[in-house]
Ligand binder design. Structure first.
Ligand code: PMP
Length: 435
């Protein structure tokens, strides 16, 4: 399956499996969907990863989104090194937290923001706040949207539309999933029906601003605005999860693609990934009156020992300050080039495909025809993707090891990196055709 010898990754994976479940600290890293041995990465610079066997790869994972500027950006490293030299965590308020909060407030419609350490914490806290603010318990989410491993959000649709959900994994109590309704994405009728039946019990609806966790599935025109209005009509809060899209899809995140143009704002938003500059930092924010219900200003409890950590907030601030409109234009042009070449290669090899995009984010579905929801995304030829993935890896391109993930580019993806991707595509497309 692999053309390059990877004995060190292989040995580390063996050892890892004896001390860590599946040998990884987050499941998708394990190559379960594509088979084979994940590469253990020793270092990264710009667009390139170097594994422990000395092989180089063009990185199209970018740490699952955060590395907008590429790895080890000199100015980000300089800011981090200066901050580290002063100490790593104080458990008191610090200046970088204020500066990063101001930057986020300036670039998005949120009025106030609270820092946490992961996207999961951000969505968990936003939902608690929505429940505390509205005095209601029920949460609506969409199938195929991922919001971290929050009990209430690891739920699967019940037996009918608008019925309460069942646990999506062992370990989630029926009571936690039973306060969640899971609906098909892009389905206005399902949303209307759920609010008609449960309206006065619904605390909030949470959605990815543009889903990127079932592959990239853009909202149909006006869909997010419809969700915002429906929530408002029923006294529920609209939570837009921008952990993946925030400061990534566009400079204003996913909201820059619709809300900024159409003139609506979410009540609450969640952020992560890019705003942490490669460190564990995330945030939730929104309307000042809603955020004012949080402790210590209000009664809804939420806290964190490392929340707003000075190194993480310094890295995030440096990243956002360097993420100029020119950076997003360059990312978009890189995405254009790669998308064009993927389409050409898969078309020439006769492999069914659909490429979908939200700003600088895109993904490739190994099936014919546009995908508008999770049921559609699930009809992909995952065997074709696995063959394609391994051929790309052998040619020195590290794609997300699942057909259900967005591909991420960075401002450091220069001509040499893009050329490596383009050179690899025809052979990978032929491998997919034969799978
Ligand atoms: N929301 C979205 C939209 C995400 O993409 C993710 C992570 N991929 C999360 C929440 C959870 O973030 P974390 O992995 O930092 O907990």
């Amino acid at each position: 399956m692999t053309g390059r010898a990877t004995p060190r990754s292989g040995a580390l994976f063996e050892r890892a499996q004896s001390v860590t479940p599946g040998g990884v600290n987050s499941p998708v890293r394990a190559f379960s969907a594509v088979g084979g041995t994940p590469r253990f990465i020793r270092s990264a610079r710009g667009a390139w990863l170097t594994d422990v066997d000395g092989h180089e790869y063009v990185d199209l994972i970018c740490s699952w989104g955060p590395m907008l500027l590429g790895h080890a950006h000199p100015e980000v490293l300089e800011a981090i090194n200066e901050a580290v030299a002063r100490g790593t965590s104080y458990g008191t308020p610090t200046e970088p937290e204020v500066l990063l909060a101001e930057e986020i407030v300036a670039r998005t419609p949120v009025e106030k923001v609270r820092f946490v350490s992961s996207g999961t914490e951000a969505t968990m806290s936003a939902i608690r706040l929505a429940r505390g603010f509205t005095g209601r318990d029920v949460v609506i989410k969409f199938a195929g949207c991922y919001h971290g491993h929050v009990d209430a959000l690891l739920a699967s649709a019940g037996s009918g539309l608008a019925t309460l959900a069942v646990p999506g994994t062992p370990g989630v109590p029926a009571s936690a999933a039973g306060e969640t309704i899971v609906l098909p994405y892009n389905d206005r009728a399902a949303v209307t029906a759920a609010f008609a039946e449960h309206g006065d019990r619904i605390a909030c609806l949470i959605t990815e601003a543009t889903p990127g966790n079932m592959g990239v599935v853009p909202p149909e025109p006006g869909f997010n605005g419809f969700l915002a209005q429906t929530c408002r009509d029923h006294g529920a809060l609209f939570i837009s999860d921008e952990v993946m899209t925030g400061f990534r899809a566009t400079r204003e995140g996913g909201w820059g693609l619709d809300g900024a143009v159409e003139g609506w704002t979410p009540d609450l938003m969640t952020f992560g990934k890019v705003m942490g500059g490669g460190f564990p930092a995330a945030a939730f924010g929104g309307r000042a009156d809603v955020m004012g219900r949080l402790a210590p200003e209000g009664p809804v409890y939420q806290a964190g020992t490392l929340s707003g950590n000075p190194i993480a907030t310094t890295a995030g601030l440096a990243t956002l300050r360097l993420a100029t409109p020119e950076v997003y234009a360059a990312l978009s042009a890189t995405a254009d080039t790669i998308i064009g070449a993927v389409v050409d290669a898969l078309t020439a090899a006769g492999v069914p495909h659909a490429v979908q995009r939200a700003g600088t984010m895109f993904s490739v579905f190994f099936r014919d025809g546009a995908v508008s929801d999770f049921a559609g995304a699930s009809t992909q030829d995952t065997a074709a993707f696995a063959a394609f993935f391994h051929a790309m890896l052998d040619a020195g391109v590290y794609l997300p090891p699942s057909a259900f993930e967005s591909w991420f580019v960075s401002a450091a993806h220069d001509e040499r990196a893009v050329a490596t991707v383009l050179d690899a595509l025809p052979i990978a497309a032929q491998a997919a055709a034969k799978a």
